[in-house]
Design a protein around this ligand. Sequence first.
Ligand code: FAD
Length: 375
Amino acid sequence: MTDSVAVVGGGAVGVTAARALADRGADVTLFERGAIAAASTGRAAGICYDAFAGRIDAAVAARAMAHFRDLAAETRFSLVERPYVWLAREGDEARAEAIREQVPRMRERGRAVELLDPVALAAEFPALRTDDVAVAAVARDAGCADPAEYAAAVAERAREAGATIRTETEVALTDGPAVVTPDGTVEFDAVLVAAGAHTRPLLAEAGVAVPIKAYRVQALVTEPIPASERVPTLYDATEQFYWRARDGGLLVGDGVEKRDFDPEDWDRTADEAFLDSAVERADAALATGEPRPAAVERSWAGLCTATPDRDPLLGEIEPDRFVAAGWHGHGFMRAPALGRTIAGEILGDDGIEEFDPTRFDGDEQFPVVEGMTVE
Ligand SMILES: Cc1cc2nc3c(=O)[nH]c(=O)nc-3n(C[C@H](O)[C@H](O)[C@H](O)COP(=O)(O)OP(=O)(O)OC[C@H]3O[C@@H](n4cnc5c(N)ncnc54)[C@H](O)[C@@H]3O)c2cc1C
């Protein structure tokens, strides 16, 4: 029987799993090398939606949205309901066709998404520039949140359910279900590695190979603009950037560098080239007459994790050792569901077969594909 569990990583996924494990009576200790949400979770944009066409992805995202709303009802965490629009512009027929093809499949999965022509898009979202839009789609079951606030609220609930949360405690792995802490090696019945971009090197030191790459992405928040509260969350598939309303301005993201980064050695500040091009593209996506953002208030870079088939590694990788990573930039929005799934699997429930981490040898060579890519 699994009674004691170590969770390595205090991001959105680790805290969700820790809470679910503690709620089900397990003796949980979460180890986080820095503070809760110190890594990717604290750098995420906080966009959530259920606009997925695949059977499993759609079900996971729908469950996650429900859990976000439950958490918002029971804690100080807040989810701002806001539609998610994605679009392709004229001349980008391949992506326009991909959107036309995706939406009926999402609807078959019961998702509240619809295609919008430029006239309907302009009518609903007048702050958007629509004259060159070929096709747009809108997901109604979508929102925005503060990922660090999510992690803090869930960690608090985990503590209340009896979990021990040890921040500023870096651990290593060793043979079997044990972790090496600064005070010595501690044995558990099971260990979950939810260490984000550190997952591959951490497991590698214990002789376990997983095909996860850490790629770099960037984001900025503009100074406040009037359109902020009137625009939907947007992914412009042609120009390849996204935005969401944030702090009265726009949080604009992209700047993807699709190579594998050492999680100990990468530039956490955004590049000048990204700042210029992101502001320019955001500017071009606002309707004529809307006041433009004149300045960037803050910016940063972060790491996301990729796998060869773009599905996560979620499940038992070695006897009593579990992994949860490889989110392709969609780890926050799926954490409320997949953190519970991995907790259940540790306690003997079925996992998600398609995400079984043993489907790979661990030494696969593969290109990084960014998660929002429409193709
Ligand atoms: C700019 C940006 C924007 C994003 N926007 C979105 C978005 O809008 N929506 C979305 O769904 N996703 C988004 N993401 C992706 C999202 O941030 C991640 O998928 C998600 O946060 C992953 O959570 P995690 O818990 O797996 O990893 P992390 O948050 O990285 O947590 C892993 C934790 O493990 C800890 N750790 C590592 N090694 C050790 C060790 N040896 N001992 C102890 N602790 C250790 C780290 O300190 C870290 O806190 C974005 C990412 C970035 C960078």
